[in-house]
Ligand binder design. Structure first.
Ligand SMILES: Cc1cc2nc3c(=O)[nH]c(=O)nc-3n(C[C@H](O)[C@H](O)[C@H](O)COP(=O)(O)OP(=O)(O)OC[C@H]3O[C@@H](n4cnc5c(N)ncnc54)[C@H](O)[C@@H]3O)c2cc1C
Length: 245
């Protein structure tokens, strides 16, 4: 099975967010970038599946040259090769169009994504890719396997589980619990240096979005301690200051 794993390069969760250029650009200076955690899961599961049944795993990132160290980490985890679509991703639609183009050209059987990126949290790229390709789509899978041309996945639903099958080619997004993310070992890190990382130009589709302005959320006020005996003061604050009722 030929698997294409989508990897979003995101800031580490401890990053202090600031902006530049009149609050129109995210300030990347000093920021540690990582593989989107949900994408680590889909990549690990893709590796497990191809190790068990044969096939290949390619990772794809839509991003600029500064994403390459993180793409090399995905190669160190075990992916065979990588594609970087050379573009500044502006929104989910644009990213999905780039991925769909490569998925079609490379004749992949399975496109794996995370359930969402932990920076912009759109949760939309996977569905858009499936729609653009006209392929079946299984969202937020917590178990995933393949048997011949059939993909089997399990999802959490209200009060139970749902078992789904789909014919390849198809798109599946990963939910937590899919597997334990793999940590690259020294051999993987050494091998990653010489694995192919193919840089391809972006296709000119759905380039609609631009940022007018970013704004940080308001700073949270400190904790106010209220004596347990003083319910009246608590009610007064909730009513008059917080306007909760
Ligand atoms: C207004 C706006 C401005 C932006 N500006 C920039 C910018 O200047 N520079 C920049 O780097 N990013 C920028 N981004 C983020 C970039 O566009 C995101 O990659 C894209 O929007 C998808 O994010 P999402 O939250 O919709 O992804 P989701 O739909 O939450 O992602 C789901 C899954 O899709 C896959 N995926 C998502 N993004 C990518 C990707 N880029 N490559 C490969 N797979 C992917 C991953 O598997 C991910 O788990 C911007 C986003 C927005 C909305």
């Amino acid at each position: 099975m030929k698997i294409l794993v989508c990897v979003s390069v995101v800031p580490d969760t401890t990053t202090k967010i600031t902006f530049t250029d009149g609050d129109t650009q995210f300030n990347k200076a000093g920021v540690q970038f990582i593989i989107n955690p949900y994408d680590e899961l889909s990549l690990t599961r893709a590796l497990e599946m191809t190790e068990a049944n044969g096939g290949s795993v390619t990772v794809i990132t839509v991003g600029e040259a500064d994403t390459e160290p993180v793409i090399r980490k995905a190669l160190a985890m075990g992916a065979g090769d990588a594609i970087r679509v050379d573009a500044s991703p502006k929104d989910g639609m644009y990213v999905a169009a780039q991925i769909a183009e490569q998925a079609k050209a490379g004749e992949y059987d399975l496109v794996l994504t995370g359930r969402e990126s932990i920076d912009y949290n759109g949760g939309q790229v996977q569905g858009l890719v499936a729609e653009m390709l006209g392929w079946p789509f299984i969202n937020v899978a917590m178990e995933l396997d393949a048997e011949g041309n059939t993909i089997k996945a399990t999802r959490d639903i209200d009060g139970g589980r749902e078992m789904l099958t789909a014919n390849t080619p198809c798109v599946v997004s990963a939910q937590k619990d899919l597997c334990e993310p793999r940590i690259p070992n020294m051999r993987g890190i050494m091998m990653a240096r010489s694995k192919p990382l193919n840089v391809v130009p972006a296709v000119d589709k759905y380039d609609y979005t631009s940022v007018s302005k970013y704004e940080l959320p308001p700073v949270k006020s400190g904790v106010k301690m209220i004596d347990a005996e003083n319910a009246e003061q608590l009610i007064d604050i909730l009513h008059n200051e917080e306007k909760l009722f």
